[in-house]
Design a protein around this ligand. Structure first.
Ligand code: FPP
Length: 231
């Protein structure tokens, strides 16, 4: 049963593990690349919808530090999808979404890095939702990066200092993590930020994920009694 507007609590920060592209394609007798292409369409639709309903920050797991283990052809295809999305994204300025990238971009192609920087600069003054796209991202690696930043600044390693130096900057807590496709794991996503996150899993494969499914996950989030370790 879906909740009424007044009962729905829109999470400030949502993380999504966009999983199931390969299986979606396989079910249709298509190459995995077709699944990623369809996944990119879903990504755009869900991003726009999240901004529309008032989510303040959306972090999507687009490519993990572990995804390099995939066949070279598939990795190349995913990288080319990122590039074409970013070339296209310059036309989305009117959506007022602030795009940021999290993860280690230093090993990515120079032209992809340039496009990332270009999009970040272009949208830096947007006042709508912050969209963090995680590329070559791993939660453990991010914690280490934050620790390095803290030490470089001559600060002590405290929880507060680490929090302030995570890639996610001002959105250092994630309220809701959604993983479609039937897998029930965090897979090195937002480890530090998810200490108190609600986790919602669903069997839907990412290319089939619709705004209604985001609503259903938000309804589930709203129903849970969040106690932060208290009573
Ligand atoms: C996981 O599905 C998906 C990925 C590793 C790639 C995610 C990329 C996109 C959704 C498209 C592009 C995104 C942007 C930002 C333009 P999987 O391949 O692991 O699926 P499987 O578990 O069914 O094999």
């Amino acid at each position: 049963m879906s909740l009424g507007e007044s009962e729905r609590i829109i999470p400030k920060h949502i993380g999504i593990i966009m999983d199931g592209n390969g299986r979606w394609a396989k079910l249709r007798g298509l190459p995995r690349s077709a699944g990623h292409r369809a996944g990119a369409v879903t990504f755009k639709e869900i991003t726009r919808y999240a901004n529309k309903i008032g989510v303040k920050c959306l972090t999507v797991y687009a490519f993990s530090s572990e995804n390099w283990r995939r066949p070279e052809k598939e990795v190349k295809y995913i990288m080319s999808l990122f590039k074409s999305y970013l070339k296209d994204a310059v036309n989305y300025a009117d959506e007022n979404i602030k795009t940021r990238f999290i993860g280690d971009r230093s090993v990515l192609d120079k032209d992809l890095q340039d496009l990332m920087e270009y999009n970040e600069n272009l949208s830096k003054d947007a006042t709508g939702m912050v969209l963090n796209i995680a590329i070559n991202y791993g939660g453990r690696q991010e914690i280490l990066r934050a620790a390095e930043r803290v030490l470089e600044k001559g600060l002590s390693l405290t929880e507060e200092n680490l929090t302030a130096n995570m890639d996610t900057e001002n959105f250092s807590e994630v309220d809701l993590i959604i993983r479609p496709s039937g897998e029930e794991r965090i897979s090195n996503f937002l480890l530090w930020q998810s200490a108190y996150a609600e986790l919602v899993f669903s069997d839907i494969l990412w290319p089939d994920f619709k705004p209604e499914d985001l609503d259903a996950a938000i309804d589930e989030f709203s129903r849970r009694n969040r106690r932060f370790g208290g009573v």
